[in-house]
Design a protein around this ligand. Structure first.
Ligand SMILES: Cc1ncc(COP(=O)(O)O)c(C=O)c1O
Length: 454
């Protein structure tokens, strides 16, 4: 069964008492340690090493090795890696790229900035990954790329993806932004297609505040990606310093005992917060911002090396917490599925379909800030139309965008936190659980997934 090994899950028992009064789990700052934070602060004292330096090559080497491929190229964001991959594959005006909804607006943008057309495929309503039966129906003579997203870190059905790509001569590109370290049939995701891209933006499996990587095992593609990377601009020292400062500060500001007042302050300040944000207003409108093609800084790469070193523990922890949610919800009368044996998910967050999102958010908010991926078929877009999405074309994705909440899984969430969160959430789910079929949405795919018993 899934790697949320039952002995470890069993050890994570329900807490004897309620949460300490001030404890509140943030969605950010979860993967960093005090030492990482100190290393980030130390980097600010070496301004000549902020942008260029040897950590970049070291990080790329370690990342490629970890992803089971020969080459990795770092960028300012995952989206830039995707743009580079598509360009290296020769995608351009008139071409079509199949991608799933829901996804993030910046994924659609990378395709559209090259003059190609994003063609949206609905998700499977139980896994939130691509429905490959529908994908096949949408293939035309213009289709060049099958872009497969491992949503929430749960691997897509890569057997189906590879078969489809082969049948129609499509390039398979993996969106591993949620899924660093996940495996499928024992192999790391990202090593199945011609190329893959990853993110180390602060909400992902590892953090360098912002950051992305494009990986490939194809020598010709690697040469083109390297040339693309060389054409990308270096970040300014100020940009690198702001990212590193944010990294160092968030370890402190997102401490579970400080998070409530910090969150209140954040809401008060809103968009005036001086720290950098991942998506610009231009990108939210589907427009290309200035300085889009940018590299990762040396100081962030050095933090990436540190984060990669702790990746195994990080992933183990996420599986433990996901298993705890599954066990706790099942014990509360809401049967929940585990992923099948041949997958080891990375669980960037744990998604739950809830009948009434506002009610679920209130319940979870007693203990943690709930994640809300996805609030739209194109997350963070001013509207789905900004990415060329036709309303009504992906009904399962639209349903997910109304009903998903995501529970935190990062290393700062304890098993006791997970029990409390699940217990608070369960009453909002029980009404649905008794109404048979729709509760299968919470990850119980009757075709591929097994239900946890008891
Ligand atoms: C599924 C998915 N793909 C790609 C991206 C873009 O990653 P980055 O912010 O590193 O460009 C995101 C961003 O959250 C995402 O959720």
């Amino acid at each position: 069964m899934l790697n949320t090994s039952s002995s470890r899950v069993a050890r994570s028992r329900a807490p004897a008492s309620g949460a300490p009064r001030w404890r509140h789990i943030a969605l950010l700052g979860g993967t960093t340690t005090w030492r990482d934070s100190l290393a980030a602060a130390g980097a600010l004292l070496l301004p000549h090493r902020l942008t260029r330096g040897p950590a970049i090559a070291a990080y790329e080497r370690a990342f490629a090795q970890r992803s089971g491929v020969r080459w990795a190229f770092s960028f300012a964001n995952g989206r830039v890696g995707l743009y580079g991959i598509l360009q290296a594959l020769g995608v351009g005006p008139g071409d079509e790229v199949l991608l799933q909804a829901p996804t993030h607006i910046v994924v659609a943008n990378a395709i559209r900035y090259l003059g190609a057309r994003p063609v949206y495929v609905d998700c499977d309503p139980t896994t939130y990954n691509m429905d490959f039966v529908q994908a096949e129906r949408l293939i035309t003579p213009h289709t060049r790329v099958l872009l497969v997203q491992h949503t929430f870190g749960v691997p897509a059905d890569l057997d189906a993806a590879l078969a489809l790509a082969r049948r129609h001569g499509l390039a398979l590109v993996e969106d591993c932004v949620h899924a660093l370290g996940a495996t499928y049939r024992g192999r790391p995701v990202g090593s199945f297609g011609q190329a893959a891209f990853f993110s180390s933006e602060e909400t992902k499996i590892i953090s360098t505040t912002f950051g992305g990587m494009a990986t490939t095992d194809d020598a010709a593609l690697a040469a083109r990606l390297q040339a693309f990377q060389e054409r990308c601009a270096w970040p300014s020292r100020l940009q690198a310093a702001r990212s590193v400062l944010k990294f160092a500060l968030y370890r402190v500001l997102m401490d579970p005992y400080l998070h409530r007042p910090m969150r209140a302050l954040y809401e008060l300040m809103g968009r005036r917060l001086p720290l950098p944000r991942p998506t610009s207003p231009d990108e939210e409108r589907g427009e290309r911002p200035d300085g889009y093609l940018c590299r990762l800084s040396n100081a962030q790469a050095a933090l990436g090396v540190r984060q990669l070193r702790a990746l195994d523990q990080n992933l183990e922890h996420r599986l433990l917490i996901a298993g705890t949610y599954e066990r706790a919800l099942t014990e509360q009368g809401v049967p929940i599925a585990r992923a099948p044996d041949h997958m080891r998910p990375a669980y960037v967050r744990y998604p739950i379909w809830v009948p009434d999102r506002a009610r679920a958010v209130r319940a979870i908010n007693r203990y943690a800030l709930p994640g809300l991926w996805f609030r739209s078929t194109l997350e963070d877009g001013v509207s789905p139309a900004a990415g060329g999405y036709q309303p009504g074309s992906c009904p399962h994705a639209e349903d997910a965008a109304r009903h998903l909440v995501n529970l935190p899984t990062h290393p700062r969430v304890t098993a006791a936190d997970a029990w409390r969160i699940a217990k608070a959430l369960a009453p909002t789910l029980r009404a649905r659980a008794s109404a048979d079929a729709p509760q299968t949405r919470n990850g119980v795919d009757t075709r591929h997934w097994e239900r946890v018993s008891g």
